[in-house]
Design a binder for this molecule. Structure first.
Ligand SMILES: *Cc1c(COP(=O)(O)O)cnc(C)c1O
Length: 217
């Protein structure tokens, strides 16, 4: 796989499902990948990247941002409240807003910093205990409360349970977004991004299919 293979498959799926070309954003998930692989994708001209951890991103992205113009960085992993300010300073978009404590912190810091990243609210569509995200039954309230704080919520994000059919989760996410009049849908990874595009994904998050397997050793 490569960046070009993925963008070709994206275009094919957009065409097959009657969506305008290039309306899906590809977030290249560079967590844990060695710098030379990330650099290669930057040199191919890609500029939209995703990371899971604030600290890891702080270690590699300030230098890349200086070297390559127009980088857009997305935070995909859970965000601890005490790292909110650092996250807001580095990331353009945060996909893991899932609780009021974090919403209040983002709102307070927005006033102080004078800007706020675009936000996705993460929904725990599989209601998995170990997974981040708000429960589907509590999503409408959280969305309303975040809007009341004037936070720039642009959509919803989910990570389906590994062993389940992802399309059921993508459909649930799309349904919650629609009834709340939200346009953004952050869903689909290396194994299921075509399914996600068919179900209306606006942002897909693809790691290993672009960069190769992650080596956690
Ligand atoms: C790691 C990760 C991805 C990318 O996963 P791949 O299977 O490597 O494409 C996407 N989204 C989130 C939230 C992740 O943590």
């Amino acid at each position: 796989m490569s960046l070009q293979d993925i963008t070709a498959r994206m275009k094919a799926e957009e065409a097959r499902t009657g969506r305008p070309t290039d309306t899906t954003k590809l977030i290249a998930v560079s967590k844990v990948q060695p710098d030379e692989r990330v650099r290669a994708v930057l040199e191919e001209g890609h500029r939209i990247f995703g990371e899971n951890k604030v600290q890891e991103a702080q270690g590699k992205w300030p230098a890349f941002k200086e070297e390559f113009e127009g980088v857009e960085l997305h935070l995909l992993g859970p965000l601890q409240t005490n790292k909110t300010k650092q996250a807001m300073e580095l990331f353009d978009v945060i996909h893991s807003l899932d609780r009021m404590k974090l919403a209040n912190k983002l709102a307070a810091l927005s006033a102080e910093l004078g800007h706020c990243p675009d936000l996705f609210i993460q929904i725990n569509t599989g209601e998995e205990e170990q997974k981040a995200g708000i429960l589907p039954s509590e999503a409408d309230q959280l969305i309303a409360d975040c809007r009341a704080l004037k936070l720039p919520v642009i959509g919803l994000m989910c990570i389906p349970p590994a062993e389940e059919e992802p399309s059921l989760h993508f459909a649930l996410l799309a349904k919650i977004a629609k009834r709340n009049r939200l346009d953004g849908l952050s869903m689909g990874m290396s194994g299921d991004f075509e399914t996600a595009i068919a179900q209306g994904a606006t942002h897909i998050r693809v790691g290993s299919a672009i960069f190769g397997e992650r080596d956690y050793g």
